[in-house]
Design a protein around this ligand. Structure first.
Ligand SMILES: CC(C)(COP(=O)(O)OP(=O)(O)OC[C@H]1O[C@@H](n2cnc3c(N)ncnc32)[C@H](O)[C@@H]1OP(=O)(O)O)[C@@H](O)C(=O)NCCC(=O)NCCS
Length: 314
């Protein structure tokens, strides 16, 4: 049974509470269903008592690449920093030494932030999350950008996987992010993680749940790539009657930068969502990644939420 206050606290800290279509009551029902669903997953660890609650979601790609168990915590609630310290102690006791726990929590979750900073967790990034509602989309801008480059865009299949991986390797070379700033990580796994991601998105795009896009320069060389997906969440659709699209990953070859490829490819991606009747689109990046944010703002996105990523090494 989920404790009333803890669930209320989670609700306060969640991105979706920023959607004004979402009533508190409906959101609560949704959250309770999700928490139950995640706690039933055998790989996850669910810590829940009167004083605190957390779900540790096991991440297998990161665990494989780092050769240590890696868990993500998106949902955690503890009423004050003392209780949060207790929660962190329980987390440590529940996991194997050498495990990595990555917290992605609201910047408003003061008690947990305070406990994490006292426990030696490393702040690796501040994420900023943008939302675009259908009626706020700058459709004219999106259409102009899309039409301008339409003949150079294509949807890659599995045969193009190696090309996409190469583009990822070069686009994210020296990319500063949460994996590059943690001195305790054995290596930077960004590129390998994104390559795995590319494979799964391209496979998923075969049945229409996700979209992979590439745009070429005039001479034919692939210049930019993009992944996006429709969030598959039956509970969410059923309770709120809303469909969500998400920009997952966008990148352009360093030689093609500053030539509007990114702007074009995101506009192409937005039009796909628009035509499918998606109600709103979510996207995120770390706060100092300026160029994508500049493009999103022109397309109609607004920042609605921020969260910290902390790495806790055990
Ligand atoms: C972020 C990234 C995708 C931008 O790609 P891009 O193709 O250069 O983007 P665009 O040409 O559409 O530029 C977008 C805006 O930023 C500006 N810009 C881009 N690179 C710039 C640079 N190096 N210096 C100054 N301005 C720059 C552009 O001028 C444009 O503004 P404008 O519309 O006023 O002209 C690319 O730098 C990249 O792949 N970075 C690494 C991966 C990444 O950060 N991905 C996004 C998060 S998943």
């Amino acid at each position: 049974m989920l404790e009333e206050e803890l669930v209320k606290d989670l609700f306060m800290h969640d991105l979706l509470s920023h959607l004004n279509e979402v009533s508190h009551e409906k959101y609560r029902t949704y959250l309770e269903r999700k928490l139950k669903e995640k706690s039933y997953d055998r790989n996850n660890i669910f810590i829940n008592n009167r004083n605190y609650m957390a779900i540790l979601e096991y991440n297998s790609p990161a665990s494989e690449l780092l050769s240590n168990k890696t868990y993500y915590i998106f949902k955690a609630s503890c009423p004050d920093s003392k209780k949060c310290l207790e929660l962190l102690k329980i987390i440590k006791e529940s996991l194997d030494p050498g495990s990595l726990v990555i917290f992605r929590i609201s910047t408003e979750n003061y008690p947990l932030i305070s406990a994490l900073t006292h426990t030696g967790a490393i702040l690796t990034e501040t994420q900023i999350i943008y939302l675009l509602k259908r009626d706020k989309m700058n459709l004219e801008y999106v259409m102009n950008m899309r039409e301008k480059y339409l003949d150079r865009a294509f949807h890659p299949g599995l045969n193009d996987l190696e090309t996409i991986k190469q583009l990822i390797r070069i686009s994210f070379k020296n990319y500063p992010n949460r994996f590059s700033v943690d001195p305790f990580l054995k290596r930077n796994i960004t590129v390998e993680l994104y390559e795995k991601w590319a494979e799964s998105v391209i496979k998923k795009s075969m049945d229409g749940g996700a979209f992979a896009l590439v745009v070429r320069e005039e001479k034919g060389k692939p210049c930019a790539g993009a992944f996006e997906e429709i969030k598959e969440d039956r509970d969410f659709e059923e309770i709120f009657n809303l469909r969500t699209g998400e920009f997952l990953l966008y990148f352009s070859h360093p030689e093609c930068r500053g030539k509007n490829y990114y702007t074009m490819i995101t506009s192409y991606g937005l039009k796909i969502f628009y035509d499918l009747g998606i109600d709103y689109v979510i996207t995120e990046t770390h706060i100092d990644n300026r160029y994508p944010q500049y493009v999103w703002v022109k397309q109609g996105f607004r920042p609605v939420y921020s969260r910290y990523t902390f790495n806790l090494h055990l």
